[in-house]
Each structure stands twice: as structure tokens, then as C-alpha cells.
Design a protein around this ligand. Structure first.
Ligand SMILES: C[S@@+](CC[C@H](N)C(=O)[O-])C[C@H]1O[C@@H](n2cnc3c(N)ncnc32)[C@H](O)[C@@H]1O
Length: 250
């Protein structure tokens, strides 16, 4: 007997940015599984009759397996992930593990999209990601810094806007400094940057700065960094990226 596993993107934090489908999947689940902080994000939905399994950082695979096993045994399981589960979230790892199961043992798996941090941050700043953009994680936990740097060096001269996830922790500061140095080398100092902290959560702060003047000490793991592309410009209080050759900054 197999159950259902919903891999749920919860949005960036605030309940009002959660989709109805995500809300329903968590409410209807018999078991809610997730990293502790993400389980806290659905406090308002969880009830006493549900089993809640709080995982720790770095044990994503174990969490995925636990959720799959419970669903394979017949439970309705919600595996919660922040933002969009498919953007540096739990979806890919969990689907890869599900694919390893025999067809008969595999529960039904449904991925529910959510508002990613970059989208939420962009909306507060204006519309800086309307033209092309790329999402880059600076975390070197699963990928070597050399490869991350290779990707940054390819993207830097392209002029494309960037959303930098997992930018800087108290232990991991050097990568962010290098990323900004690579971008300054290719794009100069004046390119607009948005530092968005705790977007849609209590304490939200969104700051505008530039590649040349940004203070790395302001950047933490609760920050998503938007580096404007070459079509971004100020429009009143907003930063907007108007797609078009005429908009490209020299
Ligand atoms: C493991 S990634 C998860 C990304 C998530 N799946 C998404 O789509 O937003 C964690 C990183 O996302 C960014 N992030 C997630 N939520 C955020 C928020 N509310 N405000 C600012 N940054 C956030 C930060 O860069 C953080 O280090």
C-alpha cells in the first residue's frame, strides 16, 4: 500500500506568501517532515493529530528517505522546504531517491511550487529580474568552490542579473568576497545590488547598494543578494530591468 508524498515549497516565510496548494498539503498530511526552521514556518497549520519530524541541517538525504519510506508505507506525507522546493531546495534530492525505488514501492510524489526568495526580494525592490536572470548558490557543501567560481566567471561578463543564494555564513566568508571581486572585475563598481534580508518574515530589510560599496558584513545566510543586470535602472524608488537593446548600460 503506498501513500502520497507532497514536496512542498512554503514560500519565503510569511503565511500570506504560501500557496493554497501548499497550505492544503500540510493541513491534510498525517506526517510533516522538514528542517526545523521550515517546520516552524507551518506552525499555524499543524495540529496535535499530526506527526511532526524535525530534521537538522546537512541531513537532507536522510529526511528525503524518511519521508519516502513513510509515504511508501501508506502515509500522507508533506516534506516542507522553504521558498520553491525546486530552487536549491528538497525537490531534486528527494525525486532522485524516489527514482531509485522499484515502481511498486514508490509512493505517489507531487512537487508543489512556491515563491522563491529571489522573486520575493525582487518584488520589494521593484522589478530587477524582469529581464533574464540566473540563480547561483555560493554554498560549497555539495559543490566545489572551483566549479562555483567557474560558473560566476562565465556569468559575470554576460550582463545577466544574478540572484545569489546561501551567500555568506559566519564560517564561510571568503567565497562571497571572491564572488563580488569577480563581478566588479567584469562589470565595474556602479552596478546596483539589492541585499534582501528575511524577506516576508518579521524583521524584513531590503537595502540598495552597489558592487563597489556593498558591505559584506551585512550579508548572512538569511540574505538573498540580487545583482542587477545590464538593463536595470532606477525608476523613481524602484529598480527595474526593462528588456530591450536600448536599455543596456554601456
Ligand atoms: C537552502 S536555500 C533555500 C532557497 C529556497 N528554496 C527558495 O526558493 O527561496 C537558503 C537561502 O535562500 C535565501 N533565502 C531563503 N528565504 C529567504 C528570505 N525569506 N529572505 C532572504 N533570503 C532568503 C538565502 O540566501 C538562504 O541562504
Amino acid at each position: 500500500m503506498t501513500g502520497t508524498l507532497h514536496i512542498v515549497g512554503l514560500g519565503p516565510g510569511g503565511a500570506e506568501h504560501r500557496t493554497l496548494a501548499a497550505t492544503r498539503a500540510v493541513r491534510d498530511a498525517e506526517v510533516v517532515v522538514g528542517y526545523g526552521a521550515y517546520v516552524d514556518q507551518v506552525d499555524d497549520l499543524v495540529n496535535d493529530g499530526q506527526r511532526v519530524i524535525r530534521g537538522v541541517m546537512g541531513e537532507e538525504e536522510r529526511r528525503a528517505d524518511e519521508a519516502l519510506v513513510l509515504a511508501a508505507e501508506g502515509a500522507r506525507v508533506a516534506l516542507v522546504s522553504s521558498g520553491d522546493a525546486g530552487v536549491h531546495g528538497m525537490a531534486a534530492r528527494t525525486l532522485a531517491r524516489a527514482a531509485e525505488l522499484d515502481d511498486g514501492d514508490r509512493p505517489k510524489v507531487i512537487v508543489l511550487p512556491g515563491v522563491s526568495a529571489a522573486q520575493a526580494a525582487a518584488a520589494v525592490a521593484g522589478a530587477p529580474l524582469t529581464d533574464d536572470f540566473a540563480v547561483v548558490s555560493l554554498s560549497d557543501i555539495h559543490m566545489s568552490w572551483d566549479r562555483i567560481e567557474h560558473r560566476l566567471r562565465a556569468l559575470a561578463p554576460s550582463g545577466i542579473a544574478l540572484a545569489l543564494y546561501n551567500p555568506r555564513s559566519s564560517r564561510r566568508t571568503e567565497g562571497f568576497d571572491r564572488a563580488i571581486a569577480i563581478l566588479r572585475e567584469a562589470r565595474g563598481d556602479d552596478g546596483p545590488v539589492v541585499l534582501a534580508h528575511d524577506v516576508t518574515r518579521p524583521g524584513e530589510q531590503v537595502e540598495r547598494t552597489t558592487l563597489g560599496t556593498l558591505d559584506p558584513e551585512r550579508v548572512t545566510m538569511r540574505t538573498v543578494v540580487l545583482v542587477a543586470g545590464d538593463t536595470a535602472a532606477e525608476a523613481g524608488p524602484w529598480l527595474v530591468a526593462l528588456r530591450g537593446d536600448a536599455a543596456v548600460r554601456a
